[in-house]
Design a protein around this ligand. Structure first.
Ligand SMILES: Cc1ncc(COP(=O)(O)O)c(C=O)c1O
Length: 473
């Protein structure tokens, strides 16, 4: 290997940019491995992106069916959104978060007025940068409003990896090495029909799950409710309308109405985490809109900026966030409401207002699901397929019963996709897949909302090849 010039940064002695092998060697030595890069072995390096594709150094196209975990809903390098960034860069790219800029105000008003039309509730918006940080802000807001610090959340739920977000995320794996979490959530089962008791329709199962939750409040001996004062020890219930990391599970359509009724009766707030499922992933701006309930607090992030300058935030009902109850300085971050992020988020919302993503996402989602159902018929290792809009799932199982989860087979599919060597119609492709689910055996599909029908057909051909190989013993 060529010699790296000491003290001259990552360039070779002859000034040439580093090769992929050299970059990976430096990464191994100088980057923390505490993030998720080393979930993939060897780590994968990309050079460019466009639309639904990532490209490696050799120019091989990788069809991306996960789009940065649903942060890039409108395609890589979306021209309209990139131009919004360029315009802001040339006018007002920096302004301290203590002062105002027009995009912040217009964006907050857009989101709050839209929520008022949809949910019939006046509210306000508070911005931050990453999803987990917005979750933290929502925890402060809820604790402040209710004067209690404990939350309910779902088994299989994921709300981020800061300390507060880890406390309401079900995996102990994310807490294990980091001390005592006295405010750890009380985790309750999410309605997961495919792995639920047999012999019930999805709707019957939804009702069954609601009844199970209602049992928590039957007497003081379930441990959460004081019938003498009619008070619950828990302030709020954190939910993802469809579980993201949990495996893109679509709950029964009647479930959230039943849950919200219980929460209202018991004085518990409903906090809806739309960080992954929001911004038209399911065909609606907020995925909770499918379920006919009004959130008390809604948290968003990721695709609101199409993965460009990060921006996240919370919308809350006026009663919880008005300036008397949540006064100046209640929470703050240097980069909250950063002008680059608010400018591109505002453009995103203007764009979705002009286009009809509600119709196109439903139509493309139905076409994608049809393709997955066809694959399910032909491959025994596919145990379940389902989806809402363009949030879709495929559960990979052992072929003898199409039910026993198979992490090993799905891992093979991911590795083969990333190897970038699948030949279809005389051309070589790669495939970018993301894995979720309680047993890490679910392919969670979050393609670009602008994916073409031709690209969906290509996705099915590529998946067909990977499933055939993963089905071998
Ligand atoms: C539902 C949900 N909540 C919260 C988060 C955390 O967001 P971030 O990774 O931006 O901190 C994620 C990230 O995947 C998520 O999917």
């Amino acid at each position: 290997m060529d010699k790296v010039v000491e003290g001259a940064g990552p360039r070779l002695a002859d000034g040439r940019a580093l090769s992929e092998a050299e970059l990976l060697r430096l990464e191994g030595e100088y980057c923390s491995h505490g993030d998720t890069v080393h979930y993939t072995n060897p780590p994968k390096l990309f050079e460019s992106c466009e639309g639904s594709y990532m490209f490696d150094a050799a120019g091989t196209p990788y069809l991306d069916l996960q789009m940065w975990y649903s942060a890039v809903n409108f395609g890589y390098r979306n021209e309209r959104l990139n131009n919004a960034v360029r315009r802001q860069l040339d006018r007002l790219p920096q302004v301290a978060s203590q002062y105002l800029h027009r995009e912040k105000i217009e964006l907050a008003a857009w989101i709050a007025q839209d929520a008022e039309r949809k949910f019939g509730e006046k509210g306000r918006v508070h911005f931050n940068v990453g999803g987990s940080q917005a979750v933290e802000d929502s925890l402060k807001l809820v604790r402040n409003a209710k004067g209690r610090s404990l939350m309910f959340a779902f088994e299989g739920g994921y709300h981020g990896r800061t300390l507060g977000a880890s406390a309401i995320t079900s995996s102990y794996r994310y807490r294990r090495r980091f001390g005592h979490f006295s405010d750890r959530a009380h985790f309750l089962p999410f309605p997961y029909h495919f792995r639920g008791p047999k012999g019930m329709s999805k709707e019957e199962y939804g009702e069954h799950c609601v009844q199970n939750l209602a049992r928590l409040f039957e007497s003081e001996y379930q441990g959460v409710w004081d019938p003498k004062t009619n008070q619950c020890e828990y302030a709020a219930f954190y939910v993802e309308p469809l579980q993201g990391t949990g495996g893109y599970i679509v709950p029964p359509m009647n479930f959230f109405k039943g849950l919200k009724k219980i929460l209202d009766e018991r004085g518990i707030l409903l906090v809806v985490d739309e960080i992954q499922m929001g911004v038209y992933r399911t065909g609606k701006l907020w995925s909770i809109e499918h379920f006919g309930v009004t959130p008390d607090v809604l948290v968003f992030g990721k695709a609101i900026t199409n993965g460009l300058n990060p921006l996240s935030g919370i919308w809350a009902r006026e009663e919880l966030i008005n300036p008397t109850i949540f006064p100046p300085g209640s929470t703050h971050s240097t980069f909250n409401a950063n002008p680059m992020g608010t400018a591109v988020a505002l453009e995103t919302l203007r764009m979705v207002e002009e286009a009809d993503y509600e119709t196109s996402v439903a139509a493309k989602g139905a076409y994608f699901l049809e393709g997955l159902k066809d694959l399910e018929k032909r491959h025994k290792i596919v145990g379940d397929v389902d989806g809402l809009g363009l949030a879709l799932r495929m559960e990979i199982c052992e072929p003898h019963d199409s039910f026993t989860p198979s992490k090993a087979r799905v891992d093979r599919m991911v590795d083969q996709g990333l190897a970038g060597n699948i030949e279809v119609d005389g051309r070589r492709y790669g495939l970018v897949l993301d894995i979720g689910g309680y047993s890490k055996n679910v392919i969670t599909f979050a393609p670009s909302l602008d994916i073409s029908y031709g690209e969906i057909d290509l996705a099915m051909k590529l998946l067909d090849r990977l499933l055939a190989d993963a089905g071998k013993n």
